[in-house]
Design a protein around this ligand. Structure first.
Ligand code: AMP
Length: 415
């Protein structure tokens, strides 16, 4: 088995990795680090939770440890503030024994402190595209010394409409550079971007594309829309759910649900785009340190969220974009631990579920909870036209035959 020492990393980085208690490199790290150290371009098909951040940061830090300091030599572009902050944190963790200066810039907070840090000179910059452009326009950035560019979560940048910004940024960078592009899925626009920006890249595909982390146990609870809230409360009470991330479709629904859960005595916070940066950081910190047991979030706010030990991801609303389902459930079962993904699905959301099942290639098992069974019409819609063939459903474990032993179970198999 490959060890970190086999990958050709400097002793300072090996020590930092050891301090972080990483025993062995994850598959993306084992494959990407040697390629990136050689200076070759890379196309990494990997979702969050695979360890891709260290996969690009360790080689970058190794490069920055040599050569001139205080000039911007490496840039990481990432879609959200939370992700940028996390990568910045990782850069500090892995680079703690090296004299490399890194900083993070993202929107929603004042420009001034960021401006000051940039003027002091940084080697590595982690940025969201919009804020990076703000700094470029103000003359706070100079890319002539840039050697490495990372485009992180490229598919998400596309979804969030950032591709034009990314292209504007690309035009200002030296063409002679190393580029590492990571994306969980490969929509056509990203393939084109990769074709245009990467020079004879090595392609690394960890796991199948657009497939959820294999260790997540997935289940669907068919339910009437007006029963969702009570079903969630019931599951929170009886389901041994300790550290739960709940996704809603809108900010208003996140806020409303969080308020209700607080009223019934849950330690809960909401995380969405209408909250100030301070409130978002506080909610996240609380969730990380265990003060908050349930975090109710919208997709954009929770994008790339890296919190250890999330036991359950709950889709209070099914996402309209099937890939979002993969991103959401990737929040649990991080770095190969196991986790549960629960979706509360009303009959109006069935089409979205079918699109998700088509994307991931399995039918997610259905379960009923006694007392929360949906009405006859919902049952009829759920049992129409399965998305995947019966043979595939049996193979995936979606169809189980419960014998007499299981009668009386509170959680019953659906099919
Ligand atoms: P990422 O996919 O980069 O967001 O990383 C997911 C999580 O895995 C983070 O919490 C990392 O700290 C953790 N991690 C990264 N590399 C390793 C490793 N080699 N061994 C154990 N955990 C790791």
């Amino acid at each position: 088995m490959t060890t970190f020492a086999d990958l050709g990393l400097r002793p300072e980085l090996l020590r930092a990795v050891q301090d972080a208690e990483y025993d062995t490199p994850t598959p993306i790290q084992a494959q990407a680090i040697p390629v990136a150290l050689r200076g070759t371009d890379l196309l990494g098909c990997a979702q969050t939770g695979t360890g891709k951040t260290a996969g690009f940061l360790l080689p970058i830090l190794q490069r920055l440890a040599q050569g001139k300091r205080g000039r911007l030599r490496a840039l990481v572009l990432t879609p959200t503030r939370e992700l940028a902050a996390q990568i910045g944190e990782s850069a500090r963790t892995y680079g703690k024994y090296l004299p490399v200066r890194s900083t993070v810039v993202f929107g929603g907070v004042g420009l001034r402190p960021q401006e000051e840090r940039l003027h002091q000179g940084v080697d590595l910059l982690i940025a969201t595209p919009g804020r990076l452009l703000d700094h470029l326009e103000r003359g706070n950035l100079e890319f002539s010394a840039l050697e490495v560019l990372v485009l992180d979560e490229a598919d998400r940048m596309l979804d969030m409409g950032f591709l034009p910004d990314v292209r504007r940024i690309l035009r200002t960078l030296p063409t002679e550079r190393q580029t590492l592009l990571f994306s969980a899925t490969m929509p056509q626009e990203i393939e084109i971007l990769a074709y245009q920006t990467l020079k004879t890249p090595v392609v690394i595909d960890v796991g199948r594309r657009a497939t959820p982390v294999s260790t997540v146990r997935q289940v669907i609870y068919p339910v009437e829309p007006d029963q969702k809230r009570d079903l969630l409360c019931h599951l929170l009470k009886h389901g041994n759910m300790k550290h739960v991330l709940v996704f809603t479709r809108t900010k208003v629904r996140a806020e409303r649900l969080a308020r209700h859960l607080a009223q019934i005595g849950r330690r809960v916070e909401a995380l969405h785009g209408d909250k100030s940066q301070g409130a978002r950081t506080q909610a996240l910190d609380g969730f990380r340190n265990g003060r908050v047991e349930v975090l109710v979030a919208t997709d954009i706010a929770a994008r790339g969220l890296d919190v250890e030990g999330i036991s359950h991801v709950v889709n209070f609303d099914v996402p309209n974009i099937p890939e979002d389902y993969i991103h959401r459930i990737g929040r649990t079962a991080r770095a190969e631990a196991t986790g549960d993904a629960i979706s509360l699905v009303s009959s109006e959301e069935l089409d979205c579920v079918r699109a998700i099942e088509h994307l991931i290639g399995i039918t997610i098992p259905r379960r009923l909870v006694v007392g929360f069974e949906p009405g006859a019409e919902t049952v009829r819609r759920f049992t129409q036209q399965p998305a995947v063939s019966r043979a595939a459903r049996v193979a995936s474990g979606a169809i189980r035959h419960f014998g007499p032993r299981n009668r009386g179970n509170r959680h019953r198999a659906w099919a």
